[in-house]
Structures are given as structure tokens and as C-alpha cells.
Ligand binder design. Structure first.
Ligand SMILES: [Zn+2]
Length: 270
């Protein structure tokens, strides 16, 4: 390995990162996790990995020379972007969770375009989630635990994340508590409350900010049908929501790589 020169700026970041890795490693030791089964261990390790990945991503963005925005060309008119703010803070939702970073923000006096050179170089829009996060948000299935629905999801959307509908999961737990301890007993109630809390914690971690109830999707389907199929509904060029929706469905269902190509293209700097 190459000898590193001491660096007063990056050394503390590196130290903090190594301390995080060490603490995640220790959290996984037998003394700390002897009560856990394999499924619980896997969730814990996955979360540790995510925290480490997030820390690397943050330090990576902190290191990015493009964030300073020195001498930047306007991407609209090729003029010069005048930097208004050197250290504007931004939080963006990514597949690793929310990432915060600081970057320069400017405006072009010639054409009025404004933006952050780093965001443009990274291929993310000035607002909203990153492209990779959008792709996953567009591609999650929320349903009850019925086997046939799960099989249908695996057939139609094999890559989509499956999220168990919260209300259905809680109902199953409630039925289970009655079967175990008898309906209306204190023990049944106490057991249900504990398991529900455990389930909730698991859900929040696994769902990564996605909806955990199918109401959102069911509402969307209703809305989609009403807007597309109602009588006297017309779609024209200036209101292309339905077409965009159908295009996305078509891209995905074509199954020949168009879906991935579309999202790769979206991620390119514009
Ligand atoms: Zn311009």
C-alpha cells in the first residue's frame, strides 16, 4: 500500500469512518448478538453495511472537487455560471438513505439558468430523490401476505421489492395472540403490543421510507382507472401524465433491458 501523507482535513473524516467500522464490527460480536437468529442477524448486518456505505458516500461527496464550482460552464447556453453560494447544504434521498452534502450553487446571467454544478455532474435533479432512488420507488409492490399475490408479483415483477401491508401483518399478529393466550386476556394484549412494536421496527428499517400500507397503491390504481377509463376523458399532448405512466409500464414489461437503459439515461449529466 502507498504511504499516505498526513492531511489535516481528510484525516479526521478517515478516523471517524474507521471508528464507525469498528463499532459496527463490535455490534456484531457474539457477546452482543447471542440471542439472535439468522434472520435477525442478517437484518442487523445489512443495516451495518448501509451505515458504512452511507459514511463512505458522504466522505466521497465531501472530497468531490466539482462541488466547489470554480469556473463553471452553464449547461444551457455554454456561458459562465456565476456562483452565488459556495456552501449550500442539500439533503438527497438515495438508495443508501438520506445523504447530506454541501455544494456551490449559481446562476447564469446570460440565460437565467440556475443550478449546482455538482448535482449536474452527478446527474441528479435540483429537487427530489436521486435517480436510483426514484427507480426503486417506482418499483415496489405492497400487498397482503397471500401466497398467490406474492407468486403473481414474482412472475410479473421479479426484481420489485416486496412490502407486506402493515394493516394485514398487524391483523395476523392479533389473531396469533388470541390463539396463543385466549381472546381478551391481558397476556394476549401484552404479547400483541410487544410483537407489533418489533414488527414496526423491522418494517421501518426494511421499508427505507417507502409506504408500508397498500392504501397508497390501491388509491393510485383507483385514480389511474378513473382518470384513464372514465367517460369523456381525453388525453392530449400538453397533459401527458397518462402517456408517461403507460410508457413506464411498457418500458418495464418489454423485458429487453429498455427499463434499465431508460434509468441509466436519466442518470447521465444533462
Ligand atoms: Zn446560461
Amino acid at each position: 500500500m502507498q504511504e499516505r501523507k498526513p492531511d489535516p482535513i481528510t484525516d479526521p473524516i478517515r478516523e471517524a469512518f474507521l471508528a464507525l467500522c469498528q463499532s459496527e464490527f463490535e455490534k456484531g460480536s457474539y457477546e452482543m448478538t447471542s440471542e439472535k437468529n439468522m434472520a435477525e442477524l442478517a437484518v442487523q448486518m445489512q443495516e451495518s453495511g448501509m451505515r458504512i456505505a452511507k459514511a463512505i458516500m458522504c466522505s466521497r461527496l465531501e472530497d468531490d472537487p466539482r462541488r466547489a464550482g470554480d469556473k463553471v460552464v452553464c449547461r444551457k447556453c455554454q456561458g459562465t455560471l456565476r456562483i452565488q453560494e459556495r456552501s449550500q447544504r442539500r439533503a438527497v434521498q438515495t438508495v443508501l438513505g438520506e445523504i447530506e452534502y454541501v455544494r456551490a450553487y449559481g446562476v447564469c446571467d446570460r440565460c437565467g439558468h440556475s443550478g449546482a454544478p455538482l448535482d449536474e455532474a452527478l446527474g441528479i435533479s435540483a429537487f427530489g430523490p436521486s435517480v436510483d432512488a426514484r427507480k426503486r420507488i417506482c418499483h415496489a409492490a405492497v400487498a397482503d401476505g397471500a401466497v398467490h399475490i406474492r407468486e403473481l408479483k414474482n412472475l410479473q415483477f421479479p426484481d420489485a421489492v416486496f412490502i407486506l401491508d402493515w394493516a394485514h401483518a398487524a391483523q395476523h399478529l392479533s389473531d396469533c395472540s388470541k390463539a396463543l393466550f385466549g381472546e381478551g386476556t391481558n397476556n394476549a394484549h401484552a404479547w400483541y403490543q410487544i410483537q407489533k412494536r418489533r414488527l414496526w421496527n423491522g418494517h421501518v428499517n426494511v421499508a427505507n421510507g417507502w409506504p408500508i400500507g397498500s392504501g397508497v397503491a390501491e388509491g393510485a390504481v383507483k385514480q389511474f382507472a378513473l382518470r384513464l377509463k372514465g367517460s369523456e376523458k381525453f388525453w392530449n399532448v400538453s397533459h401527458t401524465g397518462a402517456e408517461e405512466m403507460l410508457t413506464l409500464c411498457a418500458l418495464y414489461h418489454s423485458g429487453d433491458g429498455r427499463w434499465d437503459r431508460h434509468w441509466r439515461k436519466r442518470a447521465e449529466p444533462r
